[in-house]
Design a protein around this ligand. Sequence first.
Ligand code: GLC
Length: 728
Amino acid sequence: MESEERIAVLLAKMTPAEKAGQLSTFSDKIRLAALGINPDANKSPDELLQAVRDGKVGSLFNGIGAAKGREIQRVAVEESRLGIPLLFAADVIHGLRTVFPLPLGEAASFEPELAEQTARATAVEATAMGIQWTFAPMVDVARDQRWGRVAEASGEDVHLGLKMAVARVRGFQGPDLRAEDSLLACPKHFAAYGGVAAGMEYNYVDISEATLRDVHLPAFEESFKAGALTTMSAFNDVAGVPATGNKFLMTDVLRGEWRFKGLVVSDFTADLELIEHGFAKDGRDAAKKSLLAGLDISMESGLFNEHLPELVASGEVPGELVDEAVRRVLRVKAALGLFENPYRSLAPGRSFDVAAHEALARESAKRSIVMLRNEKGILPLRRSGQKIALIGPFASDVRNLPGTWALFGDQSRMVSIEAGMRAALESPESLTVVRGCRTEDAIEGGLQEALAAAEAADVVVLAIGEAQSYSGESQSRTQIVVPAVQQALAEAVKATGKPTVVVLKTGRALALSGAVKEADGLLVAWFLGSQTGQALADVLFGGYSPSARLPLSFPQDSGQQPFFYNHPRTGRPQPKGQPRDFKARYREVGNEALYPFGFGLGYTRFEYGPVLLSSSRLAWGQTLRVSAAVRNVGKRTGEEVVQLYLHDCVASRVRPVRELKGFRKVWIEPGETCTVAFSLGIEDLGFHAVSGQRVVEPGEFHVWIAPCATAGEPAVFELLPAAASSKL
Ligand code: GLC
């Protein structure tokens, strides 16, 4: 039977209660209880299983295990009245048993194709363990590093973010949604969660529609074009209307403009939270407003089960709207082939190639490490003939390797920094390891032990930074700095005068100071996942020349937040050179980054030639070829992330000082030159006007091909007015 016909037949049979059930998802207490996870919260598995039997559950999330999942599915299919299969979801963000780098770290690779591979491997592992739908990729554009969820995103840039989003959607879903190893994607959080005021988690988001459309929506639109069939409504409001009750977002834009055919699931109790927002007066009102706005599935609150049947009976919610929401859910289940094969991805004993996934995790991790400093060529270190002291709370640590949202990671396969370094050294005994302090507090005698190790060594590697608990959901920080006890450790080590390399673990950009800021070598190691130690050793000992670049700006001071390179121009920009009063700056620091977006060093150096244009005038509908010669002037092969930036000099709405419009990562042999070319078309020059309409306006544009967001000199071209260009 055709799926539309099957859906129509099913819908006609469904009672109002069964329709509400399809629109309700709950955390999978059944599988979590079976695994003994969080027993206090997961104490009613039998009640939930009965709700499945009663047709009151459409999907479950954050459980794991194919065998148990299969049992639950059997109850849904064989013991409920209509036998509609469940969907099994989970927050599988950056790996499952094999943990890949944080999405933020992986974005630093500037390799969407690599992100697609790790998402594909993640999908293979998740679907082998009874998960069919992931609440990922998180595509929020994060512009304030105080916000803890920066870690799950792809940095501060729109273009890099949407490229990573599309790659992850493709990787998760694969070519065929019906395949056993296809993992349904869910770009989230719709929308503009990354714009929370003051970087405060769950805070209000007060932005213009033009900023919403220029910055926060593109990654969603491109993800849906790439085939994503679900999205998740966000906790936050947008300009006063909570996303989960926002008809403009979930109906006018999503379905009206984008013709999105998939479903919207709320974030965890986000519909119930309309009451706290002061947008709904009670649970019934919240259910009504969220459904009317375009929400399809209520997560965890149970509001749809409780209120939808009566809301429809009272006429306050048109039955057709509920039916359309149910159709969307059933269509997604049909798209995954669940009606023909309800036990898909619920096959116990399906395995995956652990060794291949670990090799990929190592590859992805080493390509995510950003080198910010390499004074006096301290890096790479030698594998023999020098004594190394590895010091810091993360030297031997394995608990903090995964980073946030690494549910169900296989801890037994985590490789610590110590283990990775020892494996790389010709004489492992030349490595001395001392914790020195804990993440936030001192260890009795720890500092003395650390300094003794430093004094006895030829070089120190300091493994410091944030614990994984410092980033992720509900982890906003006011001071984005290295914890004080670790900063003190770094200062004491610096005072010994020993050459020092800092390996900085972090889920966000940090405001660096003192000995950390001035370390001889400085590597940003994010949270690199299962193969942390191997990947760091590859870079530390020169097996791999670091090629990653910053996906976000490292500020001089926490007080600069929100800070992002592609900020709108102002009327009083600070001129280059000596800071001047009555120009944009702070009393304490200038308004530039310590390290800009796109910056990173390798074990070789590159020089850029001038930007060359195929024409200095661009006619409407034509494309412009923009190129530059990039030369490897160092002694070893290396990869360079060549970046294309654009600025619209005069426009009806103030434009960013620069915007990334393209990037390409290229291998260049020592002494060789590579000409890197990009094409710019009319569609690349557009932005949203104050009206919210997308426009392209004639006039002068500057274009750079550069190694980061503040480098290089621009070439200039003019976009001709449509009329004038017709004479060309
Ligand atoms: C959380 C997160 C969301 C996640 C959901 C289900 O609160 O905001 O990203 O997918 O709940 O766990």
